[in-house]
Design a protein around this ligand. Structure first.
Ligand code: SAM
Length: 280
């Protein structure tokens, strides 16, 4: 089961415990995926003093991971809402993990949503959330061995409809051919994709930012090592080769500042990027 998916749920639960005028979003489902000890901490964190201490501890353990994850969640929410209001009819969440956008974003209630992830994770998600609403289909996949096009078609995905793909927190765990296959499919559907990637120098440990060596060791230990990254300066060409045009590409230092969650200095995770791409 993905520990990193649970970490993202923990960050979202912590953010959701903030007062309504101090949070970037509210994900009331996130805490259902946490073990009892962490759920107790989330309950404690409703008191601002306790929350500051819990946030400081999380930021000390993995510098920049929480602030980057929170700001990125809000940025992606905003991009999704923009695309849906622009006419997107179906959304595929690739490596959806414990992302509950299909339930928490009202804008997604009127479009078809597909959530793809490993079978065991989806089974656990279904157990915690109960039956999905009629517009949501959960479909198992292994991006490293399964054909994504065939998987989506079997699930009822209609390639001729205006589509948006979200691939958050996943490319860094895959191989180049697996990444390539998804991008080719997106281009073939003339669709839009929002995806995250890590700077190639973060995968090999050369990126200069606090906490990276310890983070890479921890990922190895939990069996979720990073295996794929890209250089931002090469992204536009990489996408073009796959038939896609880069529309936006921001690093954590930029999107944290956009949402008032940090300065642009080295606070960690600057290598974690989010991009938006569409047809050429
Ligand atoms: C860091 S989590 C991100 C989850 C979610 N997108 C989010 O942002 O909260 C990575 C997700 O990718 C999924 N994943 C990793 N490798 C995969 C593979 N080969 N096939 C299917 N899913 C995979 C994991 O199960 C996990 O849910």
């Amino acid at each position: 089961m993905s520990r990193t998916a649970a970490h993202m749920a923990a960050f979202r639960a912590l953010e959701s415990a903030r007062e309504s005028d101090h949070r970037l979003f509210r994900d009331s489902y996130a805490e259902r995926f946490l073990p009892p000890g962490e759920r107790a901490l989330i309950a404690l964190s409703r008191a601002p003093l306790a929350r500051h201490a819990i946030e400081a501890y999380a930021d000390m353990r993995a510098p920049g991971a929480r602030t980057s994850g929170i700001a990125r969640t809000r940025l992606i929410d905003d991009w999704i809402v923009g695309e849906v209001s622009d006419g997107v009819e179906q959304v595929a969440l690739l490596g959806a993990g414990y992302d509950c956008r299909a339930l928490r974003l009202p804008e997604l209630a009127s479009v078809k949503v597909f959530e793809l992830d490993r079978a065991a994770l989806l089974a656990r998600k279904a157990k915690r959330l109960g039956p999905p609403p009629a517009n949501l289909v959960r479909t198992p996949i292994d991006f490293l061995s399964d054909d994504i096009g065939a998987t989506l078609l079997t699930a009822g995905f209609a390639p001729e409809k205006r589509s948006l793909f979200l691939w958050e927190g996943v490319t860094n765990y895959l191989s180049e051919p697996a990444v390539s296959a998804v991008l080719r499919l997106v281009a073939a559907c003339k669709a839009t994709i929002i995806f995250t990637y890590v700077h190639a120098d973060a995968v090999n440990g050369a990126f200069d930012t606090p906490g990276l060596p310890a983070l890479l060791r921890r990922l190895q230990r939990i069996g979720e090592p990073w295996t794929f990254g890209l250089k931002p300066e090469e992204l536009a060409d990489y996408l073009a080769v796959h038939g896609l045009r880069r529309r936006a590409d921001l690093g954590a230092a930029e999107y944290r500042v956009l949402y008032g969650r940090g300065g642009s200095g080295k606070e960690g995770y600057e290598f974690y990027r989010v991009a938006l791409a569409g047809p050429l």
